[in-house]
Structures are given as C-alpha cells and as structure tokens.
Write a protein that binds this ligand. Structure first.
Ligand code: ZN
Length: 188
C-alpha cells in the first residue's frame, strides 16, 4: 500500500483559505479548476500503477482545508482480499487517523471514478465538504450515475459534488484496463 502512496504535499499555487467560511455549507475552501485537474492527473498516474498490479485502477486523495493531501488511497481489494478496500475508504481512514477527526466538513476528496454506493454512503457519513470525481459510472455510481446518495432524503449533510474532472482520460484508463483483463482471462 505505502509503495503506491506519494508523500504528502501541498498543491502549488493553492489559494484556498477558511477565513471567509460563514456557514456549514461553505466550510470547504474553494479549489480552482486547474488545481482540480492537477490533482486528478496525479491520481490517474497513481491509478495506472495500481492497475498494473492487478487492482481496478482507482485512486483517491483527501485534501484538508488548506489544500494539503492528508490521505491517499488506492484499490486494494484483490491484494488484501478486503471487500472494503476501495480507494475512497482507504483514503478516508488514513486521513481520519492523521487528522484525529472523523468529520471532514472542510475537506475535499478527489477520486478517479464516481464512488459506488458503499463509498458514497461513507462520504456522506464522514461529512465531506466536497467530492470531485473523474469518470462517471452509470451502472454503479452513487453520486448521480445510477443513484444519488448526496441528495437522497437520508443524507443529513450537504456535500458538494463535482463530476467529470479529466473524465475522458479517466474513462479511457478504465476501459483499457478492463479490455486488457478480458484478453488475459481469455488467454489463461
Ligand atoms: Zn467504492
């Protein structure tokens, strides 16, 4: 796991700040589009390495209110035979340990693929300020793809959702990975 996780860094040029936060909904600092893409491109590079190890190529990172990475995560379901081993949950758990807090109102989570129902539910429970994802997943995505847990009546917390950052790149990466896996299985 650690082998895949880059050291914690602050994105260059981050201008976000919490000084102007006035309500619960605005507790999360802004993250300009170029920075969203910059983080997503890093995640896609990380996901590529994870894909080469046999996991579905998905990577996630949690940024704190200052724009610092406080938890990275990659899929590790196959490697650890862990049904909870989705990138988002791994990143959340690591961030919670580092911050000593399970509430993420001021944090942003970026992930290369739209979260599944398990992860989307966890993100609402963790009170994420914002979730940004790359590829949409019309079959299993739970932030607007096949259902929308962020705006479900059970969601007691407002979570900003940004979809489609580097979406084409993320989609191509996943499709190539599944194509490769089908080919390998046919040859096995
Ligand atoms: Zn998931």
């Amino acid at each position: 796991m650690e082998a895949f996780c880059p050291p914690l860094v602050r994105a260059p040029g981050y201008k976000g700040g919490m000084e102007h936060a006035t309500s619960r909904a605005s507790q999360v600092a802004s993250l300009p589009e170029p920075l969203q893409r910059l983080w997503m491109e890093r995640l896609l590079r990380l996901a590529e390495r994870v894909g080469a190890s046999g996991e579905v190529p998905v990577a996630a990172v949690v940024l704190d209110g200052q724009g610092r990475a406080v938890g990275w995560g990659v899929n590790r379901r196959e490697r650890e035979q862990d049904p909870l081993g989705h990138a988002e949950l791994v990143a959340l758990a690591r961030a919670a340990r580092l911050l000593g807090d399970w509430r993420f109102n001021r944090c942003t989570l970026l992930v290369t693929l739209e979260p599944c129902p398990m992860c989307a539910g966890a993100l609402v429970q963790a009170r994420l300020g914002r979730v940004i994802h790359g590829a949409s997943d019309p079959k299993r995505g739970a932030l607007g793809g096949c259902l929308d847990l962020a705006s479900h009546s059970s969601a007691h917390h407002h979570m900003e959702v940004v979809a489609g950052v580097c979406a084409d790149q993320a989609q191509r990466q996943l499709e190539a990975w599944f194509r490769r896996r089908r080919r390998e299985r046919r040859q096995a």
